[in-house]
Write a protein that binds this ligand. Structure first.
Ligand code: CA
Length: 359
């Protein structure tokens, strides 16, 4: 039977077995058997010594005798399984007599398997192989999970990650109807510059892309600073919403503050950009209820708000003058008196709702 190697940073090495056994003859016989079969093995004659070796040598599997001079082997097993760094190390119990109660206790203490003495060497080897294979699968899964998680962290906005770790049921459970404040931002000049870049005009698509990302960054930074949730860029327009997945008190106020801060950031950004790369923000704020949750199914899904409140905010941003912040009447009501907004008298007639404008 081949020995399953254990993958480490630098490649494969023989699997390590720590033998915690006080009988020197038994320990030596097992040690030699394992080394002969391609394992690395170390011996510890006491629980105390064994614990030290566990921490410093990092075995892949532990063979544990239950009758030790300084502690009950079961206590050692429980300590291993209670330790965050050691709990994945499989434990194979050696028991001197076939005592059913002891075996039950051992498995209850978290032992992964057992062998009764006197044991058949082939049986010990077979069980160690099985434990190592299982241990490696767990390690592979953990590595996979960690990689996936660090990748997700680069993609998901902070409020989403926060909700995912604190209250996953809100994100993964059924969608909810929530009151939201929505900010939509469109960019005057973006489409025209894109057309130009595609025809091979000044700047080129790469430069334009960089400039667009810098503008978007200003938006996302401002939204996140107020606890909002940024949405993706679609049709040259980005939206953000407040109050889901994390509930935020005074979400209209936060949405307004984020919009004002964003506008200031873009003004500062423009001081360092050539005119051809300056896109002028057009903003709209609206509030109302939306269905929020995971949209889509097994093939693809994404956390989004859906509803009239989103549609309206997007349409209002298309109408807003450059640098202007349009407030729907409903939104204005929630922030009245916080910032001077005048009724927007030049609003297109077809919009049948009261509108306000911050110039
Ligand atoms: Ca013993």
């Amino acid at each position: 039977m081949g020995v399953p190697g254990t993958s480490t940073g630098g490649g494969m090495r023989p699997p390590r077995v720590l033998i915690i056994e006080d009988d020197p003859g038994e320990a030596r016989a097992l040690h030699d058997l394992l080394v002969w079969n391609g394992f690395e093995a170390q011996m510890a004659a006491t629980a105390r010594h064994g614990w030290g070796r566990l921490r410093t040598w990092r075995p892949d599997v532990v063979v544990l005798d239950l009758g030790l001079p300084d502690a009950d082997g079961l206590a050692v097993c429980r300590a291993i399984k209670a330790d965050a760094q050691l709990r994945d190390v499989p434990v194979l119990i050696l028991t001197g007599r076939v005592a059913v109660m002891q075996l039950v206790e051992g498995l209850r203490a978290g032992a992964d398997d057992y062998v009764s003495k006197p044991y058949d060497p082939r049986e010990v080897l077979a069980r160690l192989h099985a434990l190592l294979r299982r241990g490696r699968r767990i390690a592979d899964l953990k590595t996979y999970h960690l990689r996936w998680w660090s990748f997700l962290k680069t993609l998901l906005p902070a409020p989403f990650l926060q909700a995912l770790t604190q209250r996953p049921q809100e994100l993964l459970g059924p969608a909810q109807v929530r009151p939201l404040s929505v900010v939509a931002v469109g960019w005057e000049g973006l489409s025209a510059r894109l057309q130009e870049a595609m025809r091979g005009g000044r700047g080129g698509a790469g430069t334009l892309h960089q400039a667009l990302n810098r503008h978007l960054d200003m938006f996302y930074e401002s939204v996140l600073a107020e606890g909002g949730m940024p949405g993706p860029l679609m049709d040259s327009m980005a939206i953000a919403w407040f109050n889901a997945p994390l509930a935020c008190a005074e979400h209209p106020v936060r949405a307004l503050r984020a919009s004002l801060a964003f506008r200031e950031r873009v003004r500062r950004l423009h001081q360092g950009l050539p005119p051809a790369l300056r896109f002028l923000p057009r903003l709209a704020l609206h509030r109302g209820e939306a269905l929020v949750g995971l949209m889509g199914g097994g093939a693809f899904r994404s956390y989004l708000p859906v509803g009239e409140v989103i549609e309206t905010a997007r349409r209002l941003a298309l109408l807003a003058p450059a640098w202007g912040i349009v407030l729907s009447g409903a939104f204005h009501e929630a922030v009245r008196g916080l910032f001077p907004a005048l009724p927007w008298t030049e609003a297109p007639r077809f919009v049948r709702m009261p509108l306000y404008l911050i110039r």
